[in-house]
Ligand binder design. Structure first.
Ligand code: PLP
Length: 370
């Protein structure tokens, strides 16, 4: 795709590749059937996604934020409850806690992996804490063992935010299966991207039942609303597309890992990659840290390499959460000033990685890349 040296290396390329023909026929199949919301494609997809994720149940919902929020509600989290959330994540993790009516409490992250620091998590536990939401950031599992240990000690629920971590594992165990539930997003940029939706996986049948009820207005049977649920349903076209993409996901994940390994091998020492703690890392993103981040980003843009920052503002510093008077999270703050995500997606080739690395080396040499 981008063999010509003059081409830009886009941060992402979301046009269907080898899956294009199958995606088109899946969409057509749904149109021809004329059943558009919570139908046979959703049921099949839920079964297939649960199997791929190593969970007993999957419940398709409106998006990843809803998946987090509904999982919290399904395990009984609500007003008056505190939920511990890492400071370095998409703000949507914190917003999901607010949507459940609970209060997010931000805890600092491990400086090397930027996932929830178990010590900071433990220190954030109060008498009102009811749950922990570890985030498997950039595609790598948080320290699930330590976090489930803290949760067990204090009697807390664990809802795993798996929105960046489809097929990721921690010591061989699939993410989303060690706590009460795991929340996934199928936003188009995610490793398993639809045209934008989510799902919750759980091993608990009662939680799955409650989720099915909550996503559909709280109905127990048609037109009988036993609880005040929400409208957060997965539609048939999304499910049909996701079923196709799920078949390609293992191959795409292997390709992501190969590209990441290539980056690691070639990057100069000043561009510090986030540590890979576990080979179950699925590389949703490939951030590096640089103390000259702004200059590097400008240089890369001129060299035709698109980059993004995940995330420039940690949650404790977001205006949306200022009313919670959050505690300081210095590691998240420091990382936010240094992070720069390099392009990494299944349609990239090793030649693209070489060009990105060459552009970074040129920056190091203080020369401007043509
Ligand atoms: C994308 C994302 C979400 C939200 O998912 P949506 O489908 O966009 O609502 C939540 N948490 C994390 C870590 C994410 O990356």
């Amino acid at each position: 795709m981008s063999d010509g040296a003059s081409d830009r290396i886009p941060f992402l390329d979301l046009r269907p590749g080898p899956d294009a023909a199958d995606v088109r026929s899946a969409i057509h199949r749904v149109l021809a059937r004329g059943w558009f919301v919570l139908g046979p494609e959703v049921e099949e997809f839920e079964a297939e996604f649960a199997a791929a994720s190593g969970a007993k149940h999957a419940v398709g919902v409106g998006n990843g934020t809803d998946a987090c929020f509904l999982a919290l509600r399904a395990v009984g989290i609500g007003p008056g409850d505190e939920v511990i959330v890492p400071a370095m994540t998409a703000a949507f993790t914190g917003l999901a806690v607010l949507a459940a009516g609970a209060t997010p409490v931000f805890a600092d992250v491990d400086p090397e992996t930027l996932t929830l620091d178990p010590q900071a998590c433990e220190a954030a536990v109060s008498a009102r804490t009811r749950a922990i939401v570890p985030v498997h950031l950039y595609g790598q599992a948080a320290d699930v063992d330590a976090i489930t240990g803290i949760a067990a000690t204090h009697g807390l629920a664990v809802i795993e935010d798996c929105c960046q971590a489809h097929l990721a594992t921690a010591k061989g165990v699939p993410v989303g299966t060690q706590g009460a539930a795991g929340a996934f997003s199928f936003y188009p940029t995610k490793n398993l991207g639809g045209i934008g939706d989510g799902a919750v996986v759980t091993n608990d049948a009662a939680t799955a039942d409650r989720l099915r009820q909550l996503r559909n207005g709280g109905q127990t049977s048609r037109y009988l609303h036993a609880i005040a649920g929400v409208n957060s349903r997965l539609d048939e076209i999304q499910a049909a597309v996701l079923r196709v993409r799920l078949m390609f996901l293992r191959a795409f994940t292997a390709h992501r890992r190969a590209l990441a390994a290539f980056y690691r091998e070639l990057l100069p020492e000043s561009a510090v990659a986030i540590r890979e703690r576990d080979p179950g890392h699925v590389y949703h993103l490939f951030p590096i840290r640089s103390v000259r981040r702004e200059a590097l980003q400008t240089h890369l843009a001129r060299a035709g390499v698109d980059t993004l920052i995940h995330y420039p503002v940690p949650l404790q510093a977001q205006p949306a959460f200022a009313h919670l008077s959050p505690r300081e999270c210095p590691e998240a703050m420091r990382a936010a000033g240094e992070l720069l995500s390099l392009p990494l997606h299944p349609r990239m080739q090793t030649g693209d990685v070489l060009r990105v690395v060459e552009a970074i080396r040129a920056f190091e040499r203080g020369t401007i890349h043509a």
